[in-house]
Design a protein around this ligand. Structure first.
Ligand SMILES: *Cc1c(COP(=O)(O)O)cnc(C)c1O
Length: 198
């Protein structure tokens, strides 16, 4: 990877390809995804921020689990919206506690799976139960920044849910498993409506 980085040192006066086609096509091939639904960003943080700015307005509510990754409440409050936290059990996301707090104002819910800083995850069936309990107008963003680290059979990245539902977005990153945080490479897999909005 360092060799690849050095090999492009003489090209840094050039702007990168704005549509990131090579990277997106490779991601589509590796993960067996629809290339049109992949968008790359300066880290997945940038994409999460864009999605929050597109979907959250003053008066809306964003629902998060108690110990959710620190940046999301900041993005939400910057929109003048309220963050509603659901308590956790043993530092683990509690699906029922989240669903109990869905209101008419809820616009978006973000789940980091596994979460940082707790290091706990929820199973594929739990994520699907959460989604099944949400109204269709609530956007579920699953932040799978650490997906590669979970090896248990009951866990799965939620990428396939994006192809199944119009209100699910998944973000992934090169920062953690590949140790490339400084390069700022993140990507999101989005339904058409979300792509148009961001
Ligand atoms: C590190 C991290 C991110 C952001 O990663 P990027 O470097 O912006 O791709 C997002 N979510 C969680 C849970 C993280 O730990």
């Amino acid at each position: 990877m360092k060799a690849a980085f050095k090999s492009v040192a003489n090209n840094i006066h050039r702007y990168p390809d704005g549509s990131q086609i090579q990277l997106r096509q490779t991601l589509a091939d590796v993960h067996n995804l629809d290339v049109k639904k992949i968008v790359c960003g300066n880290g997945s943080e940038e994409l999460i921020g864009l999605i929050v700015r597109s979907y959250i307005s003053p008066g809306d509510e964003m629902l998060l689990s108690e110990n959710h990754f620190i940046m999301c409440p900041i993005y939400c409050r910057a929109q003048g919206a309220d963050v509603i936290f659901a308590p956790e059990k043993d530092y683990k996301i509690d699906i029922d506690a989240l669903l109990e707090r869905v209101s008419e104002k809820t616009r978006m819910i973000i789940v980091a799976n596994p979460n940082n800083p707790t290091g706990t995850y929820i199973s594929e069936s739990e994520i699907r139960r959460l989604h099944a309990g949400l109204p269709e107008n609530v956007l579920l963003l699953v932040d799978d920044a650490y997906a590669e680290y979970v090896t248990t059979d009951d866990y799965k990245t939620s990428l396939d849910m994006v192809d199944q539902y119009d209100n699910v977005v998944v973000t992934r990153t090169f920062s953690k498993i590949y140790g490339l945080a400084g390069l700022r490479i993140g990507w999101a897999y989005c339904p058409q409506s979300v792509l148009e909005n961001i």
